[in-house]
Design a protein around this ligand. Structure first.
Ligand code: KMH
Ligand code: ZN
Length: 280
């Protein structure tokens, strides 16, 4: 079994300081959270940009400042900015960040209800536009799938030459309005991707650790972080992303699975070697 790639989803766009005081907004807070998560064992950082007051933004300059500051603190980590941004943003707004020299970014692979009146829109044409633009710019896509139909869309676009191998999927499960993260959901999705593809699981809320356990045991990879879940255990807030990463590291150790470094993660995912000169 490959070593375990742990992604830390540091802040997201939806969690606020009213939910947990530990969610980072400012660049300094992001850097602190990034460093602690990497020290704990994360090899990938999933990054959303927010202004100091917490407002989510896809502003390219804000991303550049955040990524440069994180890169200084964590020279080798894989930085994966979001092209999802927040519900309601236009595709042009969301894609601004890919004008930066990035190594990796998210690619959301379908539309999904997002609680209440919210709909996170990713039409087939959006997906094609995101995939082709990112491919042209040399950015490795993390294929975020919130349910099975999204995987089917990816596989069709792959056959049509619009999404390219190596394919790395993220199953984001437990969003209110979409697929849950029960064991049978996990098995259905992992059995639906090609044998040579890799996958990671991101369980929302109470699904985070049960899904992490399943992924550890079945050769998948794991995303945790305050974007997805703010609790270390029922009623106990995580005091930062590192707490969540440490818990996954302990679970992996208990199972006997080693943790991947960023260099190892790049090899497992079939990414290019990191170019410190060219890439942010
Ligand atoms: N904030 C969600 C609406 C991504 O990062 O690409 C979308 C999201 C996915 O978080
Ligand atoms: Zn995200």
């Amino acid at each position: 079994m490959d070593k375990l790639i742990i992604t830390a989803a540091l802040t997201g766009a939806e969690v606020t300081k009213e939910h947990t005081p530990y969610v980072p907004y400012t660049i300094d807070e992001m850097v602190q959270e990034a460093r602690a998560a990497v020290d704990a064992g994360a090899s990938v950082l999933h990054v959303h940009a927010r202004y100091d007051d917490g407002t989510p933004t896809q502003d390219k300059d804000r991303y550049e400042a955040i990524i440069k500051a994180i890169r200084k603190a964590c020279p080798n980590v894989i930085i994966q900015p979001s092209t999802g941004g927040a519900v309601g943003m236009s595709r042009e707004e969301r894609m601004q960040v890919t004008e930066l020299p990035l190594e990796m970014a998210t690619l959301d692979c379908g539309t999904v209800n997002f609680g209440g009146d919210d709909i996170f829109v990713n039409t087939v044409n959006d997906i094609i536009y995101f995939a082709e633009t990112m491919h042209r710019r040399g950015i490795y896509p993390e294929l975020e799938c919130f349910e099975k139909g999204h995987i089917d869309t990816v596989l069709t676009l792959h056959k049509r030459g619009q999404i390219h191998a190596p394919m790395h999927f993220s199953f984001v499960l437990g969003v209110f309005g979409a697929m849950k993260g029960e064991p049978r959901d996990f098995h259905f999705l992992r059995e639906s991707i090609p044998a040579d593809a890799t996958y990671s699981v991101a369980g929302i809320g109470r699904y985070e650790f049960p899904l992490a356990k399943l992924a550890i045991e079945h050769g998948g990879h794991v995303r945790v972080g305050l974007e997805d879940n703010i609790y270390l255990e029922k009623g106990v807030l995580a005091k930062g992303n590192a707490d969540l990463v440490k818990k996954v590291v302990a679970m992996a150790r208990a199972f006997g699975r080693e943790i991947a470094t960023p260099e190892e993660a790049r090899r497992i995912l079939g990414m290019k070697e990191f170019d410190h000169e060219r890439t942010l």
